[in-house]
Design a protein around this ligand. Structure first.
Ligand SMILES: C[S@@+](CC[C@H](N)C(=O)[O-])C[C@H]1O[C@@H](n2cnc3c(N)ncnc32)[C@H](O)[C@@H]1O
Length: 289
């Protein structure tokens, strides 16, 4: 089948759901993913044809897209901070805001390469944060934890795939009884976390493709205690973040001031609330006094 005819079918079936531009982008992503063919190829060769079995693959993807399945889950992979990551329904699809958080840490800490630094990522999911930190700060000793065994399997795969050494810990940050003695005694220079922070009252703002496919364990908190993870992690820093150590959070855009106040109350210094590229309060940093 001619690739351009197949593209027309994608538009006919999907434009009403996603809009023309996004559908074109899906089609070209498929072209790259299944055939390793770049978009420009279709302009150079408008008669470009796709064989029967490959066409079948495009139709399977089309059906999954109709069901609002995220394209990253369909392909089983995504990119984050210029690196390749495996993703599945067991982990959140890494977001651009989280890349901004990682970039903040990397650009703030050129000194990490000259002195031993221990970093912990809490709620690691796909491992996008620790893997990109370890790749860009090769002398840091990086740890990552999650309560989800399946998420940790994916994160371990991503560490191997990107050739970085990370210590993974399966534990529940909300339940000290699950922390083993070795973990309890670790002291870090930097702690980072993008924990679950979406309230049930915000569900209406969430796209159906996120709501129906991404793990709710990674996303949601109760309306009456939305900062539960931030409180637990701040409490954890009392014993496990060194003096002058740094805490970085990705935060709920509607709870910037409340989250900041939590760190003020815990005696953190040099607090900085940062907006993401869309102009929403999204990141917070503090230094432990
Ligand atoms: C918002 S996701 C972030 C995933 C990844 N760090 C990222 O930025 O894409 C939150 C993660 O926290 C994990 N999580 C949820 N509850 C947890 C708990 N009680 N203890 C540790 N991790 C938890 C989830 O499994 C999920 O992987």
């Amino acid at each position: 089948m001619k690739a351009l005819d197949l593209k027309d079918i994608f538009h006919k079936e999907l434009d009403a759901i996603y809009g023309k531009d996004e559908v074109a982008s899906f089609f070209f992503l498929c072209l790259g993913h299944y055939l390793d063919v770049a978009r420009i190829q279709l302009q150079l060769e408008p008669e470009f044809t796709i064989n029967k079995s490959e066409t079948e693959q495009f139709f399977i993807t089309l059906e999954a897209l109709k069901q609002q399945k995220p394209i990253q889950y369909i392909f089983g992979k995504t990119e984050f901070y210029g690196l390749k990551f495996k993703v599945s329904e067991d982990v959140l699809i890494p977001r651009q805001e989280t890349e901004e958080l990682v970039n903040w840490i990397i650009t703030c800490h050129p000194e990490i390469d000259s002195k031993p630094t221990k970093i912990l990522d809490i709620g690691t999911g796909s491992g996008c944060i620790p893997v990109s930190l370890a790749k860009n700060l090769p002398n840091a000793k990086v740890y990552a934890l999650d309560v989800s065994k399946k998420a940790l399997e994916t994160a371990k795969h991503n560490a191997r795939q990107n050739e970085v050494d990370i210590t993974f810990i399966e534990t529940d940050i909300l339940n000290e009884a699950t922390w083993d003695s070795e973990f309890k005694d670790l002291e870090f220079d930097i702690i980072v976390s993008n924990p679950p922070y979406v309230r049930n009252i915000e569900k209406a703002e969430i796209q159906p493709n996120v709501l129906d496919n991404e793990p709710h364990l990674a996303l949601f908190v109760e309306d009456d205690n939305p900062l539960i993870f931030y409180k637990a992690i701040t409490e954890f820093t009392v014993n496990n973040l060194k003096q002058n150590g740094q805490l970085y959070f990705e935060i709920n855009q509607y709870l910037g001031n409340e989250t900041k106040q939590l760190l003020v109350d815990a005696n953190f210094d040099d607090l900085e609330l940062r907006k993401d590229l869309s102009g929403n309060d999204r990141m917070l940093k503090g230094i432990k006094k």
